[in-house]
Design a protein around this ligand. Sequence first.
Ligand code: T46
Length: 131
Amino acid sequence: MKLVKTLNFSTIGDNRGSLIALETLIDIPFNIRRVYYIFDTLSGVSRGFHAHRDLKQVLICVKGSCRILLDDGKHKKNIILNNPQTGLLIEDLVWREMHDFSEDCVLLVLASEYYDETDYIRDYDNFLRYL
Ligand code: T46
């Protein structure tokens, strides 16, 4: 799936623990305009179920785990995020769903644009038509 890529971040560790630093256009391949995080997700809840017309994002599970289902209209792929050293780059026009959140999951998202509801395609048939 060419619109999806896994990024591996370097950990700066010492005898106190770990630290990861992410810099625009160095570690993250776009200008970061927005950061949000999803946490306290209730058991059994799934999120997402949309694509974006023009947004790039990197998803990082900084604590716990969740499963991301990605669909480019031709292929579907499941990716488990459970490591703060791993970022999942999702480019535009990829349908995404988030499932199987662990109780302690904190999903951090770095986004290339400010929030814009008109960028969302929230209906799967519309997504396929748009492709
Ligand atoms: C995505 C996945 C991974 C805002 O007001 N500002 C924001 O920046 C965001 C992200 C959301 N909202 C509002 C819009 C909705 O009323 O927060 C509410 C929940 O958003 P949504 O249902 O879109 O959340 P998710 O978890 O289904 O999807 C989110 C992002 O919206 C989406 O871009 O790719 O996480």
